[in-house]
Design a protein around this ligand. Structure first.
Ligand code: ATR
Length: 289
């Protein structure tokens, strides 16, 4: 690590909890690799201290920070400006501080698009993308997919009203993409018939659970699966896809790519390609060993 001095720039992550965050490991590794005089620190911030923490970070002159659960939406009211990525996603995961002004970005969408291309060779365009879930992660994913030109998106959720609400909002923002909403139990009826990609945006799988309402065998030949879950690395959805010959990846590439984009917002440079993902893989293998 770079020797700390009076000129060291401070970066960090605020969340609650942040103990399990993988961002300090991958960001500090990339900063060190690039020889940059920066350090990235985790800050556990309870919700009642969010405003004080944001003022404090500004007063202390930090260069920027990541924002994670549960502050991604609440932080928006404390910022001077929102980038379109954050405005569309309705959430901020990266803040840049310049001359005391704070700009909120959302790099998760970039992370997904980038990981889809790099890890699955998938580029959104003609075809149908089926999304499982309609929460914050789904919103970010849909906004990003619409922005890069997805032709048709089918939203499915356990709570139908939330899928309908998200579809209406996204349709108004991105009229060029056809967006429909269904209950998750309708997935196997015929929603997968023309899908080129299935994306899990829910946390199902983190505790070893199967997504038991989806029959992957109904996907057409060549369709791919993206699971935003990355812990365990071999998620139940990935195992199931592999067992019937469907190409599928976990969300580790998305985590790395959102971090690469945040790094570039703060430092003006992209970290060496693949470095953050390698760090994540190493850390995840250690913790699951
Ligand atoms: P995030 O920001 O990670 O997306 P969220 O906004 O709380 O978190 O959304 C979680 C999503 O996962 C929701 O779509 C949720 O479905 P509901 O809207 O019905 O709550 C979905 N989800 C979580 N656990 C689930 C489960 N066991 N079965 C089906 N859907 C689940």
């Amino acid at each position: 690590m770079y020797a700390l001095s009076g000129t060291t720039h401070i970066l960090g992550i605020i969340g609650n909890p942040v103990r399990h965050s993988l961002s300090p490991a991958m960001q500090n590794a990339a900063l060190a690799e690039c020889g940059l005089d920066y350090i990235y620190v985790p800050f556990a911030v309870p919700p009642e201290y969010l405003g004080a923490a944001v003022s404090g970070l500004r007063a202390l002159g930090v260069t920027g920070f990541n924002v994670t659960i549960p502050h991604k939406t609440a932080i928006m009211s404390y910022l001077s400006h929102l980038d379109e990525s954050a405005e569309a996603a309705g959430a901020v995961n990266t803040v840049l501080v310049q001359d005391g002004l704070m700009t909120g970005y959302n790099t998760d969408g970039f992370g997904l698009i980038s990981s889809l291309a790099d890890d699955l060779g998938f580029v959104a365009g003609n075809g149908t993308i089926v999304i499982i879930g309609a929460g914050g992660a789904a919103r970010g994913a849909v906004a990003a997919l619409c922005r890069v030109g997805a032709e048709r998106i089918i939203l499915t959720n356990r709570t139908l009203s939330k899928a309908i609400e998200l579809a209406e909002d996204m349709r108004a923002r991105y009229p060029k993409t056809g967006i429909a909403a269904y209950h998750q139990d309708q997935i196997n009826e015929n929603l997968l018939d023309s899908a080129s990609l299935l994306v899990n945006t829910t946390s199902i799988g983190m505790n070893g659970e199967r997504i038991d309402f989806v029959d992957l065998a109904k996907l057409p030949k060549g369709a791919k699966v993206y699971d935003m879950v990355y812990s365990p690395l071999h998620t139940p959805l990935l195992k199931e896809a592999a067992s019937i010959g469907i190409e599928a990846v976990n969300g580790l590439g998305m985590l790395a790519a959102q971090g690469e984009m945040a790094f570039s917002i703060w430092t003006g440079r992209m970290p060496p390609k693949g470095l953050m993902k390698r760090v994540l893989q190493r850390v995840c293998n250690l913790t699951t060993a």
